[in-house]
Write a protein that binds this ligand. Structure first.
Ligand code: FES
Length: 158
């Protein structure tokens, strides 16, 4: 069974030609692979190492450097709570604590049903509407604990 789809592999082969070295295209390949698989599996890491003529350890070193790359599956809905300065001043830390309590999990953990994962993050670029939370690719702003409950309920019902 292929590690990644044939389409993605073909795209990598074509795109890689535009880069000065194979390893220059590693981070984009990791991101595309993660988008397709949900996380970077051992098999995917081995596949990309072979493709870029790197060792698996070298690929893993790159993965560990970038916080947005992950080697474990996330929940169906990944809740990222910003506690950076603007959000912190407007209740971001309390919001994060509330999420921890409500979901029963901590930083980079996933609920037992696989529905939600939680992460405390740095600025997500929504400072003007702090405190802000990103769930997958959606932003939720000017949140209070009650408003956050409503957001989580919304996802739970989907
Ligand atoms: S500080 Fe939270 S979005 Fe910028």
């Amino acid at each position: 069974m292929p590690v990644i789809s044939a389409e993605l592999d073909k795209f990598f082969n074509e795109k890689m030609k535009e880069y000065p070295t194979k390893r220059s295209f590693l981070v984009p390949m990791l991101l595309y692979t993660q988008d397709e698989l949900g996380y970077l599996t051992d098999e995917a890491i081995a596949h990309l190492a072979k493709k870029t003529e790197l060792t698996e350890l070298e690929v893993r070193n790159v993965i560990s450097y970038y916080s947005l790359l992950r080697t474990r599956p996330l929940g169906k809905y990944h809740v990222q709570v910003c506690t950076n300065i603007s959000c912190m001043l407007r209740g971001g830390e309390e919001l994060y604590e509330h999420c921890k309590e409500r979901l029963g999990i901590g930083h980079k953990m996933t609920t037992p049903d696989g529905m939600f994962s939680l992460e405390e993050v740095e600025c997500i670029g929504a400072c003007s509407w702090a405190p802000a939370v990103q769930v997958n690719y959606d932003f939720h702003e000017n949140l209070t604990p009650d408003a956050m409950d409503a957001v989580l309920d919304q996802y739970k019902k989907r």
